[in-house]
Design a protein around this ligand. Sequence first.
Ligand code: C2O
Ligand code: CU
Ligand code: CU
Length: 373
Amino acid sequence: MHWHGVRVPNAMDGVPFLTQKPIAPGETFTYEFDVPDAGTYWYHPHHHSAEQVGRGLAGALIVEESEPLVVNRDLVWVLRDWRLARDASIVNDFGDRMEVTMAGRIGNVVTINGHVPEKISVLAGERLRLRLINAAPARIFGLEFRDLRPLIVALDGQPVEPREPSDNRVVLGPAMRADVLLDMSGTPGATASVVDTFYRDFYKLVELEYGKEPLLRAQPLHAPSRIRSNTMPEPDIDNAEKHTAVLGGGMMSGRGMMMGMSGNGMGWSINNVAGTSHDMTPMITLSRGRSCVISIRNETAWFHPIHLHGHSFRVIARNGQPTRDREWLDTVLIPPRETADIAFVADNPGDWMFHCHILDHQDGGMTAVIRVA
Ligand code: C2O
Ligand code: CU
Ligand code: CU
């Protein structure tokens, strides 16, 4: 079991053949670790994860702040999709070659906390904290809260200066989280819809339905303050070790039709190597305590949410331009042909996975190991 985003000691990271043997049926393994940082995390197996997570093995892991944000309700929304047949059974078509080299296995039914959502009741005037977790194996969400002004207060568990999402849309690739404050500014009896506009086929995720009750308060709440930051070690960019990670492969890469299907036939690569769980030779070795910058270049025609274990990193630049928020993330979504530069202090010793969190891409070779020694 892997504790996604939590800075655990390496032996507790739950990566089969790298940090432990997989837990066989009937076996027990005890995970024991301190949680260094407050925030919204999740957990899932790391063994055959495309199918295991695809079939539902995943859950939310919330570490509360010592001084929580003042809200009326703190809600967790585990977002994901499923590929269901007409009788609602899970379609058994995991690992389809064609899908692996494209967007991954995207389902046909989207759920919140395991339910097909219809309406969620809210009160006019209340302030909600929504902890959004994308636990889907491949689907990217782009949520628009129509008629509302969502404020992002944390990303991947780490606080950010409260701000509106760009384009008014909260975009979450697989494994990414956002804590969103929603002031329910509508009137009693009204509804507000949450729409997912990431792909061309827009759909309504859920309707927020205001109760008939009177307003909880006449005036809107004060602007929220920033959540107290976790104590992440600050990378020293000027003296950082510099590395590059080039994401390659997949269909329509532009260098010949079936580019990704050639070579060893796995489809995806990092720095020209298709990673497997049989060869965990580190791609990069970092010296413990050093700051480093990894420039991740997506040379494919597809989005990739790239995740590093054991550390949070700052996203310091995108396409060569400094980012405004230099946000701390553990998973960074990189659009086709774009780059993201991440910076962190390699302070957690061990061998750590660095992979795409579209689980079909991970299985298809977009995975590597970074050693902190
Ligand atoms: Cu969410 Cu390598 O994992
Ligand atoms: Cu992880
Ligand atoms: Cu990917």
